[in-house]
Structures are given as structure tokens and as C-alpha cells.
Design a protein around this ligand. Structure first.
Ligand SMILES: [Zn+2]
Length: 219
């Protein structure tokens, strides 16, 4: 088998890659989002994202001591990443970029039906309402912490790519951090949001890739 020019494409099945249980320092992922941030839904169905209004340049996160600015949220349905062939109805990507660089950190959050944080319900409900007939996008205030699962200590870390171009290779500039626990959003709200239409790229070859886990993987 030959290894292609771009061997680190995303998404992948996180459960089928070679796992390495790692001990991360407590401040490995340091969120610096502050609190509530304002933004608007943007983009046509299939490419829907949430863009922020005038973010201060200090809003973002530090990963392993390096700072990345918060850029946008976007969505994929069904989830792009899988774990041992299990997928989820929706995957949220929170994109951050290193200043003056094309290096990205993307936080991945799986979303399933359930009883989650009321603020997460409100966010998805207001977002969907912006795409109703005759509606115009209105600003939505959200604290991104409310879109994370409760357990933020268990995650997968691997090096991969964007998934923007569905039929070709994408730039391999992404450090992925994907939370193990899904976010829950009530059934009706989640179904309506998924109904807006979101693209999802198919699983890519692993090419002997390893995935770091902050927990001891089962089996
Ligand atoms: Zn994405």
C-alpha cells in the first residue's frame, strides 16, 4: 500500500485508530471565552455556521500553552467522527486559529437527544428560528461553555485536517480535540435544527494514525 501525499485527513473513527492513553497537565486545555458572546447564524443549508460579532483578540483558548483565537461554530449531521463505528446525530465544531498562522484547533462535540443545559436548547431553538420563512438572522447570545458536555476531562486528541471539501483532500492544519461525552439537546429542538441541513464528510483512512486519549479506552 502506498501512503498518499496527505495521509492525515479527517474525519476518522477515533475508536479504530491506535489509542495511546496520555496524562495531560491540568491546564492543557485552557478556555478563555469569557462569558456570553454575541453572534449570528450565517450560510446556506449544508454550510451553516455561527459567526461572532467583534470578538476581542484575547477570546479563544490555549492548548498546550499556545493561544488560538475563537473564529466560529459550525455543524455536521450526522456526526463526522465516530467511535468504534458509533456515530451521533450531530457534531458541533468550535474553530480556533493561531494568530498569523493557518494552524487551527477545533473542539468537537457530539450532540444527542436528551436533557441538556437549558442554554443549549435556547441556542439551537433561536438558531433554527433564524432560518424560518421570512425570518432574518438576529443576534444570539451564547456562552460557549454551555455547549460543552459536563465532563470536559475525557477527550481524544489527534492531528488531522479540515473537512470542508467533501470530495478531495483538505489542508492538514487541524489539531483536533474531541470530547468523549456528548452534549444533550431535547429531541424536538435537535430534530428541527438537523432539518436545516448540514453536510458531513465520510470517514478517512487512518494510515497508522494514533489518537491520544485523556482516559483509559475500554477494551
Ligand atoms: Zn467541521
Amino acid at each position: 500500500m502506498t501512503i498518499p501525499y496527505k495521509p492525515q485527513q479527517s474525519p476518522i473513527d477515533l475508536g479504530l485508530a491506535t489509542p495511546i492513553a496520555a496524562v495531560f497537565p491540568p491546564a492543557y486545555l485552557a478556555l478563555r471565552w469569557g462569558g456570553h458572546l454575541d453572534g449570528v447564524p450565517d450560510g446556506e443549508p449544508g454550510h451553516i455556521k455561527f459567526v461572532f460579532n467583534k470578538l476581542k483578540p484575547t477570546i479563544g483558548l490555549a492548548l498546550g500553552g499556545q493561544f488560538f483565537r475563537l473564529l466560529q461554530f459550525h455543524f455536521h449531521a450526522p456526526s463526522e467522527h465516530k467511535v468504534s463505528r458509533k456515530g451521533w446525530p450531530l457534531e458541533l465544531h468550535i474553530v480556533h486559529q493561531k494568530p498569523k498562522s493557518d494552524s487551527l484547533v477545533v473542539l468537537g462535540i457530539m450532540v444527542e437527544e436528551g436533557h441538556g443545559h437549558p442554554e443549549a436548547h435556547r441556542f439551537f431553538r433561536e438558531f433554527t428560528a433564524c432560518y424560518a420563512d421570512n425570518a432574518s438572522p438576529t443576534a444570539i447570545s451564547i456562552d460557549p461553555h454551555d455547549l460543552l458536555p459536563e465532563n470536559r476531562g475525557d477527550f481524544y486528541r489527534y492531528e488531522g485536517s479540515l473537512t470542508t471539501k467533501a470530495d478531495e483532500d483538505n489542508a492538514e492544519t487541524v489539531s483536533w480535540l474531541i470530547f468523549r461525552e456528548p452534549l444533550q439537546v431535547d429531541r424536538a429542538t435537535l430534530r428541527k435544527f438537523i432539518g436545516l441541513g448540514h453536510q458531513a464528510k465520510k470517514l478517512q483512512e487512518l494510515h497508522r494514525r494514533f489518537v491520544l486519549t485523556s482516559f483509559v479506552p475500554p477494551g
